[in-house]
Design a protein around this ligand. Structure first.
Ligand code: NDP
Ligand code: GDR
Length: 327
């Protein structure tokens, strides 16, 4: 049985990846942090066979202990402070968790790998936020990185550290440069879920407006369930490498609003939307659109869910969830 360790198992991607690996017959271990983590039961209910081990990305000795207990063949480092807006408010903490945390997991993995004869493979959750003020359209693995937030800067550190461990120690360490991916499991602080939840509440008469920041930013949005497959595929390759994972299509926040309100059969979305400085960022990433040709050619990966279906899936889920809450 192949053994995998997932950091960030309580997050959106961690849950989808755990489900995927269990379906492939893996024995799955998850790193869970904090005293009495509120997501503990959610993980147990969603993926019952998974073993949860306590540790924190900022505490390298806890990672060494978790690696020794899990004895993984594959390590997926998905844990991070992942909300870009929050990273300005807590830049130092974000650097510790999202940046130096990667080094901590790499080092714990290297130390563990030295105790076993089998190869240990490593996946790093890099991000399109690293492209920031984009220097090329669409963005590829070769595009110059120009991060625009403390989060983006921390991800660049983790990205290059992963490449450095590959080059310094010959570690099978791959980095997935994933563009935005969403689902009904997306945290409510991110714009897609904020919109899908608000649209559902407006449709049910529980709310009459949604307050947002920049409506002109454009993102390349895909479905999280498709993107975790790419993570797994990267670790099945004979050689480790870096891959852009994206749909190749970009949409503005306005397009998102139009699609979400249309999915709930509400016309004239503009009358429900208000902009507020509170949700504007000190520096914005205006346009992201990825070129995933390398992943298509080498991994045989392509996205299955398009933008309209993704938004429809999220609105439908939130209509059901919000109706259940008022019942
Ligand atoms: P989430 O925010 O949903 O999940 C983040 C996870 O990190 C949670 O499980 C959280 O645990 C965990 N975590 C936070 N701090 C620590 C810590 N100090 N020690 C251990 N674990 C910690 O993110 P996603 O699932 O959306 O994303 C997964 C990864 O992919 C992240 O690294 C993200 O930055 C990256 N990424 C995401 C993209 C996306 O569009 N979703 C695109 C590109 C990259 P807890 O529940 O305890 O807080
Ligand atoms: P992002 O996702 O910053 O791209 O990072 P988010 O959904 O937070 O923002 C996308 C765009 O929407 C604009 N926006 C708003 N965003 C939020 N959250 N709330 C609002 O009210 C709002 N109004 C407008 C933002 O300014 C931005 O342009 C996500 C995270 O998952 C990262 O961890 C990941 O690395 C990247 O995607 C790829």
């Amino acid at each position: 049985m192949t053994r995998a360790l997932i950091t960030g198992i309580t997050g959106q991607d961690g849950l989808y990846l755990a489900e995927l690996l269990v379906s492939k017959g893996y024995e799955v271990f998850g790193l869970i942090r904090g005293q009495n983590n509120p997501k503990y039961d959610l993980v147990r209910q969603t993926v019952p066979g998974v073993t949860l081990l306590t540790g924190d990305l900022t505490d390298v000795s806890s990672l060494v202990r978790v690696l020794a207990a899990a004895q993984p063949d594959e390590v997926y480092n998905l844990g991070a402070i992942s909300f870009v807006a929050y990273s300005w408010e807590n830049a130092s903490l974000t650097s510790d968790v999202t940046g130096k945390g990667v080094l901590n997991v790499l080092e714990a993995t290297r130390l563990y790998a030295a105790t076993t004869t089998s190869e240990v493979r490593f996946y790093q959750a890099s991000s399109s936020e690293m492209f920031g003020k984009v220097q090329q359209v669409p963005q590829t693995e070769a595009t110059l990185l120009w991060p625009r937030s403390p989060y983006g800067v921390a991800k660049v550190f983790g990205h290059y550290m992963t490449i450095n461990y590959r080059e310094s120690y010959g570690m099978h360490a791959s980095s997935g440069i994933l563009f935005n991916h969403e689902s009904p499991r997306r945290g409510p602080e991110f714009v897609t879920r904020k919109v899908s939840q608000a649209v559902a509440r407006i449709k049910l008469g529980l709310k009459d407006e949604i307050v947002l920041g920049n409506l002109d930013a454009k993102r390349d949005w895909g479905f999280a369930g498709d993107y975790v497959e790419a993570m797994w595929l990267m670790l099945q390759q004979p050689e480790a490498d870096d891959y852009v994972i994206a749909t190749g299509k970009t949409h503005s926040i306005r397009d998102l609003l139009a699609a979400a309100f249309a999915a709930a059969e509400i016309d004239d979305w503009e009358r429900y939307v208000r902009q507020d400085e509170r949700f504007m960022r000190p520096a914005e990433v205006d346009l992201l659109v990825g070129d995933a040709s390398k992943a298509r050619e080498r991994l045989g990966w392509k996205p299955r869910v398009d933008f309209e279906s993704l938004v429809g899936m999220m609105v439908e889920n939130d209509l059901a969830e919000q109706s259940a809450l008022v019942r």
